[in-house]
Design a binder for this molecule. Structure first.
Ligand SMILES: *Cc1c(COP(=O)(O)O)cnc(C)c1O
Length: 382
């Protein structure tokens, strides 16, 4: 994506989300699916920090009708973004489906049935709670049932699945039975096949269940036997690499740049940043970039991060501060000046690259992008 040149009226940072690239990633995943398999979008945590409203609207335009969030309030935001007005409940089979992964709880619990938002039932407690609500409103309430097949995070155990009471389940309009893969980013990991087999055996035993969902981003790439009726990618839609090794088949959707606040040629031997941890020799050319750990430029990038200034790789010197960090611009053009932009994420390095430098994963880079960064959106109107 090409950006307009910096102007003095721009802020100190710019974070641009390329909605066309988001759409291309979604359509790429969808193309991998057999006809009849639906492709949901996981838009929890504000669409992994990118902005749930514009992302969901953009994916809706590409035909996406299933949206997963973690909490009910996120679900309400998505519904408002998609329908302008969330006053009427979503009817079964209607257009938009919003699912809440953390179950039927939260201060806005009423909203589940007034708005038709679908909770994922993760435990016998969730099932009892939701059955009670169904009795109270004398309706068959929609639900997704989650079976734990080895991750031990959320979902019913094997014994809990066996103990399921058909009468209780009949209180629900059961949309899907789902499970979640622990190692989908490792295609060679035998746990994938183990989870898939267990999922299938247990899910098929539950009476009245027609539709299944297992795959996250990595799971989509494990092959069609992992797709079932609905896949639930998040990361891949946002350009993160879905499986380890090889070339990333997804496109980066982000550009993050920080403004250069100061350029200097170090006038005597000394050190850079807090703690004076990094020695600087006289004559080193440095620039100070207006981004810091408050913006999600992790402190663990101290002496490890890299930015690109007019295409030249410039390593971070010393500790990253809250609002700024220092880079070595010895390799950059001699005319680098205050007001120029330093690329943190963009054509030269992806969120996954930054994650590697910081010793984390792309998911954490995206969801840590600070609230101070002004998100702007590129494309997405078709
Ligand atoms: C977050 C999440 C997803 C999406 O995972 P990605 O790796 O981002 O594709 C899918 N299913 C569940 C249950 C999740 O919690």
């Amino acid at each position: 994506m090409s950006l307009p040149p910096a102007s003095a009226t721009d802020g100190l940072s710019r974070l641009v989300v390329d909605l066309d690239a988001v759409a291309r990633n979604y359509l790429f995943l969808k193309k991998m699916l057999a006809p009849g398999v639906d492709c949901a979008a996981v838009v929890k945590a504000d669409a992994y920090g990118l902005g749930a409203a514009p992302v969901a609207q953009n994916l809706y335009r590409q035909g996406c009708r299933h949206f997963f969030v973690a909490e009910i309030d996120e679900g309400l935001s998505v519904l408002r973004a998609l329908r302008g007005d969330d006053s009427a409940p979503v009817q079964p089979g209607q257009d938009v489906n919003v699912y809440v992964l953390d179950g039927p709880r939260g201060a806005s619990i009423e909203a589940f049935f007034t708005k038709g938002i679908v909770p994922v039932l993760n435990s016998p407690g969730d099932i009892a709670l939701w059955a009670e609500q169904a009795r109270r409103v004398a309706q068959r309430l929609p639900a997704v049932l989650h079976l734990d097949t080895g991750m031990n995070r959320l979902g019913l155990t094997a014994a809990e699945t066996d103990a399921l009471d058909a009468a209780v389940l009949s209180a629900f309009d059961l949309r899907y039975v789902m499970s979640h893969l622990a190692c989908a980013e490792q295609p060679q990991n035998p746990m994938n096949a183990r989870q898939r087999q267990e999922f299938e055996q247990r899910a098929r035993k539950i009476s009245g269940v027609l539709r299944l969902s297992l795959a996250n981003s990595g799971g989509v790439f494990l092959g069609p036997e992992y797709h079932y009726d609905l896949v639930r990618p998040g990361a891949a839609i946002y350009g993160l690499q879905p499986q380890d090794g090889g070339k990333n088949p997804m496109q980066n959707v982000l550009s993050l740049e920080g403004r250069i606040l100061q350029v200097r040629t170090v006038d005597r031997d000394g050190a850079a940043g807090y703690g004076a941890t990094r020695a600087l020799v006289k004559g080193t050319r440095t620039a100070t970039v207006a981004l810091g750990y408050a913006d999600g430029y992790f402190r663990s990038l101290s002496d490890k991060g890299l930015v690109y200034i007019a295409g030249a790789a410039c390593p971070v010197l010393g500790r990253v501060s809250m609002d700024s960090f220092i880079v070595d611009i010895s390799n950059a053009a001699t005319d680098v000046a205050t007001g120029d932009w330093a690329e943190v994420i963009g054509p030269h390095q992806s969120p996954d690259d930054v994650a590697k430098q910081a010793g984390t994963i792309g998911y954490e880079v995206l969801t840590s992008l600070g609230t101070r960064l002004k998100r702007t959106y590129h494309g997405g109107q078709s």
